[in-house]
Design a protein around this ligand. Structure first.
Ligand SMILES: NC(=O)C1=CN([C@@H]2O[C@H](COP(=O)(O)OP(=O)(O)OC[C@H]3O[C@@H](n4cnc5c(N)ncnc54)[C@H](O)[C@@H]3O)[C@@H](O)[C@H]2O)[C@H](O)CC1
Ligand SMILES: [K+]
Length: 517
């Protein structure tokens, strides 16, 4: 599903009027009607007599609210409209709808001074439902002054709120909530979801999200170069490889996981098992020679390959010829789980990337090996996926973690475009970015997955899908979704605190089974 920024939405709005001659006031009317439908559903169709307080800002979001007021009045509801602006401040379509309401003798109060809040507080006490039409896509920064106080009052009274287009106080493009923000029961957003409704923390204020058609022509929407996407289950289902009944394990690829070091053997085991549970035909984990007996103990279906090691029992540069020779037998490499950041494995990774002859997923210490040497990624001759968590992304970009987290979409896109790789920037609402700047936001997953080894599992899932012939971008998108969905299934049973990475692997088969075609 496509997502939009405020700017893109404005352009759609303008083109609908200028290129398709859909008058903007028709769009506003439709927006209002869609909101009324949700309100009617909330009251099981019985709107008559319901006490509804509508809060309208000075822009077109407020205009939508005035349309809602008109239709609710006609439906017999007891409507009170609070304008967070002077009536003369309204322009265009919003002003037109205000005039209509004035002609209808609607109860309209302007909240322009602190003392006006008393009335708001009293009305809220007896209100059945609130309509938030204060700010929409025009909002930036933090709500302050009277609007902020009104938002706080509405939240404190705890009545159900229908947010028009966006909960007021939330930034459409970033999902940032820098001040008070409406906690909505429903958000009726127009045409396409705004990025900020999906990103954190904005997504926590949305309630039930309804994407409402307001008659912007589909051909106009499809014709726009919209580069933000929400990953959906149906889309992932359509991308999953089909299994031919006569297939044999050779058809489903061979994953080679390279990593492991003393005390960190579990990471390669998790990655290897996850790859197998994601449908790969064969999986081999390459570990320092001394650790191989321990790994063999832990593995059954997954094979292992002892690699040349240093005295410290980490993978040494001498392992490169062995690894290169083995590349002929595999379909994809996963580099990094538990590898350690000793000089030798770091050096090995930096050289391996230039010699890869199959796609690779680079994760964890494989990424830490590239801090300060990130240009190596640009010289790879094969498609790459990197799967940094925010700390690893900070090390790769030289930014502070907060800076990365503050601009997740921008940071992921810039890295993907500059380094020419698929970037999976993990975290709440993982962002997948392609070298062409396409963005895919993952809605699945939960905080229970913030546990050691969860990233190793994701590396295995993505590698397992690439082994079965998926393009690296599709494997990253689908793998991220499946990994999160398996975590969502696991947390139902294990809870957010008790969930461990192995629980995610255990749920992969049922998630995949539910998506097979
Ligand atoms: N096709 C569509 O998308 C349609 C959208 N509609 C509605 O229009 C709003 C966008 O309206 P706009 O006038 O651009 O801005 P807002 O109403 O969201 O904001 C009002 C006003 O608020 C000011 N402002 C911005 N930030 C702050 C702040 N931090 N504090 C105080 N004031 C702030 C700014 O000056 C804005 O002008 C969209 O959401 C839809 O609801 C159409 O009605 C239907 C078609
Ligand atoms: K709003």
């Amino acid at each position: 599903m496509k997502l939009v920024t405020a700017e893109e939405m404005k352009r759609l709005d303008q083109l609908a009027s200028s290129a398709y001659h859909v008058p903007s006031i028709v769009l506003m009317e439709n927006a209002g009607l869609r909101v009324v439908e949700v309100i009617s559903r909330h009251f099981q169709g019985k709107v008559r007599g319901k006490r509804i307080a509508i809060f309208a800002g000075k822009g077109n979001n407020g205009g939508d609210g005035l349309v809602v007021a008109r239709h609710l009045m006609n439906a017999g509801a007891e409507v009170q409209v609070f304008m967070l602006a002077r009536t003369e401040d309204l322009k265009g379509d919003a002003a037109a709808n205000l005039q209509i309401l004035q002609k209808m003798k609607a109860r309209i109060y302007c909240i322009t001074e602190e003392r006006h809040l008393q009335r708001v507080d009293i009305v809220l006490l007896y209100t059945d439902l609130v309509v938030d039409a204060i700010f929409g896509t025009g909002f930036k920064g933090a709500a302050m002054g009277l609007p902020a106080r009104v938002i706080q009052l509405i939240n404190e009274r705890g009545k159900p709120v229908v947010a028009v287009d966006l909960p007021s106080g939330l930034e459409a493009d970033t999902g940032k909530v820098l001040g008070p923000c409406i906690q909505a029961r429903y958000t009726v957003t127009f045409a396409l979801p705004k990025l900020g409704l999906i990103l954190e923390p904005g997504a926590q204020y949305v309630g039930e999200l309804i994407v409402a058609d307001i008659s912007i022509p589909n051909s106009l929407i499809e014709g726009q170069p919209l580069k933000h996407n929400l990953i959906t289950e149906e889309w992932c289902r359509s991308l999953l490889p089909r299994r031919k009944p006569w297939g044999h394990k050779g058809d489903f690829g061979h994953v080679f996981v390279i990593g492991g070091s003393p005390g960190m053997t579990g990471a390669v085991v998790l990655a290897g098992e996850a790859a197998l549970r994601s449908g790969a035909g064969l999986v081999t984990v390459g570990v320092p020679r001394s650790l191989n007996p321990v790994i063999e103990e832990k593995l059954t279906e997954v094979m292992s390959k002892p690699l040349a090691e240093t005295e410290g029992k980490v993978i040494s540069v001498e392992a490169l010829p062995q690894i290169e020779a083995f590349l002929e037998k595999v379909s994809v490499v996963a580099v990094g789980p538990g590898m350690s950041t000793d000089f030798a494995p770091v050096n090995m990774v930096r050289q391996l990337i230039l010699r890869l002859s199959v796609p690779a997923v680079i994760d964890a210490d494989g990424l830490n090996a590239l801090a300060g040497k990130v240009d190596i990624l640009k010289e790879a001759k094969v498609p790459l996926v990197i799967t940094p968590h925010p700390g690893e992304m900070a090390r790769l970009t030289g930014m502070a973690v907060d800076e990365v987290q503050d601009n997740r979409v921008h940071v992921a896109r810039k890295a993907a475009e500059e380094w020419g790789v698929v970037v999976v920037l993990k975290g709440a609402k993982t962002v997948v970015a392609s070298p062409s700047g396409e963005i895919f936001i993952n809605p699945s997953g939960n905080v229970g997955m913030a546990t050691g080894g969860s990233g190793d599992v994701l590396t295995g899932v993505i590698s397992g899908l690439i082994a079965q012939g998926m393009q690296v971008l599709e494997a990253a998108v689908v793998g991220t979704f499946i990994h999160g969905k398996a975590g969502d299934e696991a947390v139902q049973e294990k809870g957010r605190m008790g969930l461990v990475a192995g629980d995610i692997i255990d749920r992969l088969p049922e998630v995949l089974k539910g998506m097979e075609r």
